[in-house]
Write a protein that binds this ligand. Sequence first.
Ligand SMILES: Nc1ncnc2c1ncn2[C@@H]1O[C@H](COP(=O)(O)OP(=O)(O)OP(=O)(O)O)[C@@H](O)[C@H]1O
Length: 236
Amino acid sequence: MALIKCENVSIGYEGQMVVHDLNFEINQGDYLCIVGENGSGKSTLVKSLLGLKNVDKGKIVFDDGLKQTEIGYLPQQTDVKKDFPASVYEVVLSGRLNSRGMKPFYTAEDKKQAWEKMDMLGIRDLAKQCFRDLSGGQRQRVLLARALCATKKLLLLDEPVTGLDPIVTAEFYQLISRINKESGIAVVMVSHDIESAVEYASHILHLQETVLYFGKADGYEKSRAGKTFLGGETHV
Ligand SMILES: Nc1ncnc2c1ncn2[C@@H]1O[C@H](COP(=O)(O)OP(=O)(O)OP(=O)(O)O)[C@@H](O)[C@H]1O
């Protein structure tokens, strides 16, 4: 059973459709990269997957016990307050907010999860440091640990490597790949880095108003959309 199934989904702003007739699904353990030109509707789709924006037509079905509030989300860097005056530990722990319900304090389990995720991402030593003093790569690890605190099933990452240098970018991709393979958490990543998308992802969703390609990553290179996009042309 799919974790998320989009059935004939159209989404727009004030009646003006940005994407239409989207059909695709995300299953447990998948690593889906959403690619497409600037303005093709990737972030709009992400907002709807997170329940922050209603769809205008069709429906998004959540299954396999996944609740929308249990998606671990790593936002675009432009949406992150980089001067946030909190420690790394506090930022990671805040990933537990959604699962806490109305409880006023973090539980021992919340704290255990935060330390576990920091260990998993190799950032335990940074726990007491202020988030705003970190490098871009360290900050992304912290935000990834926070996203992991929020989910057991699905990570949603919106352009997570923007602004990172090539070495840190490669490390970040390997980290995501390891989490996906070892813990079976499904990954949905919006990316402009099409070559890495094909290298690491299991599936590709190419958007341009509608779905130009949805399927296995290894079939994408041979598809018309893939050949054009990978070849550097912009329109299919
Ligand atoms: N709040 C909004 N109100 C009106 N139009 C919007 C709003 N947000 C986005 N749009 C429009 O929707 C279209 C899709 O934008 P979106 O940000 O989803 O694209 P994207 O594929 O994520 O782009 P990028 O690759 O540049 O991040 C664009 O034409 C954009 O101008």
